[in-house]
Design a protein around this ligand. Structure first.
Ligand code: NAD
Length: 540
């Protein structure tokens, strides 16, 4: 049943952005610290900055732009009716200074924060945001290595945090059996509570019995194992186990958040405060052992890939030959990016899940040719629980260039007609065709060698801002990711007005348009074909 939430801002677009901020914090793994996911990705610099941001959004006029620097509001400018309401730059450091050490020094002095991809710019929708991407990746693994089916296949991974928490359900939906090692019992309880994980144990024997039983029956399953990945994986190897698929979602990118062997998460948190260098030293040893085990399994025939947490780079720093493990992106996801297909999502500002149901119906009706959405929407409707108040119902569905703009305009029309109960915010992960350069992840092994060129996400941000997006953010890496990434985020709101329809069409065409041009420019023929089909002017 719809809950009518009182509007506190001067317009529906400002109100929607405020609700997106609140929704992001609602989903946060550590809300007291404003930390949303990935160890330390935050939604606001500190509590004072958060309070000022909320006041600024409440007082913001349609013709104004609020400027936010690394999670702290700086000022409001008179701009114009089609200018973004909010512009952000988060965690950007001049190249030579873009190191974890310098980032932490600035953070200690309260001068910077890391926004991850979707935390700092209020686009986080909980673990659902990565659920379909993980499902797509595992489905691609199934297609390439297992004849299109993960039935009876064991997927071993670790980390059940904000992002990693999607792994058990994604494996289940792809038909496989997931065994997920997690060091923190609270995180396990949270994933069971949200329906993303079926059951858990602290006994390796019991976990192995459970997965073996479901593998024999060729039934999907998800099992959590309370333990440390750097201990539990080698213990499995010692028993002669070779999983079918191995990956990882511990926060290895930032060794301050990877729990070392022999410590509880609480003890690791205390050491992080008292002696972070010692914590990092111990975590580095553990990561090296963790990755050695992954390599052994790869050599024994398992399909092993890094799932974007920089664990290879961390292990390589200890002399492990970790880059023999491939990155998931190049092999399984980039072919989709070449068509502008990526993690598009929308959020119902009304708080009414019925709005998401209605948009599901529009997607199903309008895009019968999109096999990803066709398979995904029924699964999402069945298995994804929408958050409790004050969280906002949301949906992720990978849509391509052209499809996104079309859907947003149709939804805007539905808002205008009153078929939906409130505005809808359209956004996406930065992990998308147009959104990011990250040479050890999204842009690893580009055919023209342009992996580290960060012009592309910067152009994306300029273009979407110029096209009238409601919020545009330029992010770089912080903490362990400092110097590793540059990305851009965008949110555009359907409030039912004609102006919103025009803005949505322009923004979402620009966003994926520059994405497919980026891949076409790098030499991908599929992307060049998509650009030609798009009718956009291209000088390639
Ligand atoms: P998070 O901080 O919310 O959760 C990490 C979890 O790992 C925590 O629950 C923690 O208890 C657990 N953990 C830490 N050390 C462990 C150990 N040694 N053994 C077992 N469990 C351990 O982080 P998150 O948001 O889930 O992100 C995880 C990683 O995935 C990050 O590196 C992040 O950057 C990366 N990531 C990848 C993608 C992608 O698309 N592939 C997207 C977002 C994030």
């Amino acid at each position: 049943m719809a809950v009518v939430r009182p509007r506190r801002c001067r317009g529906p677009r400002q109100e929607t952005l405020l609700r997106m901020l609140e929704n992001t914090l609602h989903h946060a793994e550590r809300p007291d610290e404003l930390i949303v996911y990935a160890g330390l990705a935050k939604a606001a610099r500190d509590h004072a900055a958060l309070a000022t941001t909320i006041t600024a959004l409440r007082e913001l006029d349609e013709n104004e732009t609020l400027v936010i620097q690394s999670g702290k509001p700086i000022g409001v400018f008179p701009t114009g009716p089609s200018a973004p309401l909010v512009l952000m730059a988060t965690s950007n450091l001049i190249g030579r200074w873009a190191t974890a050490e310098h980032f932490y020094e600035l953070e200690r002095r309260g001068l910077i924060m890391w926004g991850g991809y979707t935390a700092g710019d209020w686009q986080y929708i909980g673990s659902q945001g990565i659920l379909q991407g993980t499902y797509q990746t595992l489905s691609a693994v199934a297609d390439e290595h297992f004849g299109g089916d993960l039935a009876g296949r064991l997927v071993v991974t670790a980390g059940l945090g904000g992002m990693g928490g999607a792994q058990p359900l994604a494996t289940y939906l792809a038909g496989g059996v997931a065994l997920c090692v997690e060091a923190d019992s609270d995180r396990i309880a949270r994933r069971i509570g949200s329906g993303y994980l079926e059951r858990a144990t602290d006994s390796l024997d019991e976990a192995l019995d459970w997965v073996a039983e479901r593998q024999r029956a060729e039934q999907p399953a998800s099992v959590g194992l309370l333990g440390n990945a750097a201990e539990a994986l080698p213990a499995m190897r010692a028993r002669g186990l070779v999983p079918d698929v191995v990956t990882d979602q511990t926060p290895a990118h930032d060794l301050r958040y990877y729990v070392p062997v022999g410590m509880s998460p609480q003890e690791a948190a205390e050491l992080r405060e008292s002696d972070p260098d010692e914590l990092v030293r111990r975590a580095r040893d553990a990561v090296a052992e963790h990755v050695r085990c992954m390599l052994d399994w790869q050599d024994a025939g398992a399909v092993v890939f890094e799932y974007g947490n920089n664990i290879r780079a961390q292990a390589a720093a200890s002399g492990v030959d970790a880059f023999r493990i491939p990155i998931f992106m190049e092999r399984y996801i980039r072919p989709l990016f070449c068509r502008g297909l990526g993690p598009f999502r929308w959020v119902a500002a009304s708080g009414d899940p019925a709005d998401i149901d209605r948009i599901d119906e529009i997607v199903t009706r309008e895009f019968p040719g999109n096999p990803l959405a066709g398979r995904w929407i029924p699964l999402a409707r069945r298995y994804v629980r929408q958050p409790e108040e004050p969280g906002l119902p949301a949906r992720i569905s990978w849509l391509a260039h052209g499809e996104r703009a079309r859907l947003a305009v149709l939804v805007n029309d539905a808002v205008r007609r009153g078929d939906l109960n409130g505005p809808v915010a359209f956004t996406r992960d930065h992990l998308d065709a147009g959104g990011v350069s990250q040479p050890l992840r999204e842009t690893e092994n580009m055919p023209d060698g342009s992996d580290a060129v960060s012009d592309w996400p910067l152009l994306n941000a300029l273009l979407t801002a110029g096209s009238g997006a409601d919020l545009v953010a330029i992010h770089a890496g912080g903490g362990g990711y400092a110097g590793y990434m540059q990305s851009a985020g965008v949110t555009a709101i359907a409030d039912g007005t004609r102006a919103a329809g025009e803005r949505l069409s322009a923004v979402l065409t620009a966003d994926t348009g520059i994405g497919i041009m980026r891949y076409a420019d790098a030499g991908y023929e599929t992307a060049a074909g998509a650009v030609r089909e798009s009718g956009l002017r291209w000088f390639g």
